[in-house]
Design a protein around this ligand. Structure first.
Ligand code: SF4
Length: 417
């Protein structure tokens, strides 16, 4: 029986500053991929037929699997679904069935922080790459649907999410996977989110996901500013993404899906200031949407794996302030920031702030909601942005000892009752 690896922060992953500044967070440049490794060529040449579930392990001969017949799913989702053995620290299951389209050519973008980026084809077949710290087994989509369709109302999953990647077939295959799901599983029982790839999408594509039964549409903006976007996912790393195109599709999603049904993913700690990221959070709320936050972690094999993970104090301040803006009607203008853009005042009375900290929800993983309450995400991504030994986003309700640690990280003393 396996378990999610306790991949610790690398030795170089600490910083003596209490935030990740822009000048520090420079990705390295991608190297050229040898011709015989480009575009999944060796997987296609070997042409090994897949047989059921494939567990990534940097296998010498990865089978030739592709969407829409195959999808990858997070280790947590595979364990919860029962197609893989294992256990997760602190939680018995995940509430979100995260699916990822898969192709021998892999993702054709080159985002600097991402384990799926194109430059990795030089040393790993696509199906063997890690993504947000964990492995993603590949499973036939029909098998996943068969398991969940037996009794969707009794399923542990509160939501399903299809993550697109940058690939010429990404849209068509997303539609096929979505339809395969909604044909057999009532979207009222398990609603579906789309994590989109705007670069290859049109407004009509966004509309089609809605027509096929998707409930929420999100855009993986990831970078908090246009400069960081360009440096980590655009020209800076020979990647095709553009900030303006991401915003175009985000605005299409707002028009088509409506309030509270769209949002953006943001990674905290890639060089933006706390003010910049919280100003973006406010902008999304003003548009009617939500932000889903990730703490930057130097993904092994990525172009940023030599850089420090986001210091916990920076992350906790942003987590708390983002929760106040997203769910407690506090505005960024009410907060105060120091000359380095760090939060120094959350804009509400101390006793209110204390109660919100003690409630703990602000420090849980953020994402699309499940069935418990609007501010508790179904998408709990266990240990997707930190090791269990130093949790960034809590995939479970933080306990007393966790809250004490969080208060220390926030530099807000424990209350004496
Ligand atoms: S588009 Fe998404 S999957 Fe592809 S490299 Fe960028 S972040 Fe990774």
């Amino acid at each position: 029986m396996g378990c999610i690896d306790n991949k610790t922060t690398p030795a170089n992953g600490s910083s003596d500053r209490d935030f990740n500044a822009f000048d520090v967070m420079e990705p390295r440049l991608p190297l050229r991929t040898p011709v015989d490794r480009r575009n999944g060529r060796n997987v296609k040449d070997n042409d090994i037929p897949p047989e059921g579930v494939y567990l990534p392990n940097n296998n010498f001969l990865a089978p030739h699997m592709q969407s829409p017949e195959y999808v990858q799913l997070s280790t947590a989702a595979a364990i919860t679904l029962g197609v893989m053995g294992g256990r997760m620290y602190g939680c018995e299951c995940t509430r979100c069935l995260n699916l990822l389209l898969t192709y021998p050519e892999g993702c054709r973008a080159n985002c600097a922080y991402c384990g799926l980026a194109r430059h990795r084809e030089a040393d790993r077949d696509y199906a063997d790459r890690n993504f947000i710290r964990v492995d993603w087994p590949a499973v036939p989509m029909a098998e996943i649907v068969d398991i969940v369709a037996k009794d969707p109302h009794a399923s542990q999953f509160h939501r399903m999410c299809i993550s697109m990647i940058t690939h010429p077939r990404s849209e068509e295959d997303t539609f096929t996977v979505l339809k395969q799901w909604t044909d057999r599983i009532d979207p009222e029982a398990i609603p579906v989110s789309i994590l989109s790839n705007p670069t290859t999408m049109t407004r009509a594509d966004v509309q089609k996901t809605r027509d096929l039964g998707a409930d929420i549409f999100t855009v993986a903006l990831d970078a908090a500013t246009p400069e960081i976007f360009d440096r980590t996912r655009g020209k800076g790393v020979q990647s095709p993404h553009k900030w303006s195109k991401y915003w175009e599709i985000l605005e299409d999603a707002r028009d088509i899906f409506g309030p509270q049904k769209f949002g953006a993913h943001i990674i905290v700690g890639m060089g933006e200031t706390e003010y910049e990221v919280l100003d973006l959070v406010q902008k999304l709320v003003d548009l009617g949407g939500h932000s889903h936050m990730f703490c930057f972690f130097p993904e092994q094999g990525s172009l940023m794996d030599h850089l420090p993970a986001t210091p916990r104090d920076q992350w906790r301040r942003v987590q708390l302030a983002r929760y106040l803006i997203d769910y407690r009607d506090v505005r960024v203008e009410q907060m105060r920031f120091d000359e380095l853009g760090r939060v120094v005042d959350y804009g509400i009375p101390e006793h209110e702030l204390s109660s919100i900290i003690d409630e703990g929800i602000a420090f849980r993983t953020s994402g699309c909601p499940g069935k418990f309450r609007d501010d508790i995400s179904a998408c709990d991504r266990p240990y997707g942005d930190s090791p269990p030994s130093d949790i960034a986003s809590y995939p479970f309700q933080p306990k007393k000892k966790d809250l004490k640690k969080i208060r220390r990280e926030l530099d807000i003393p424990v209350r004496v009752e």
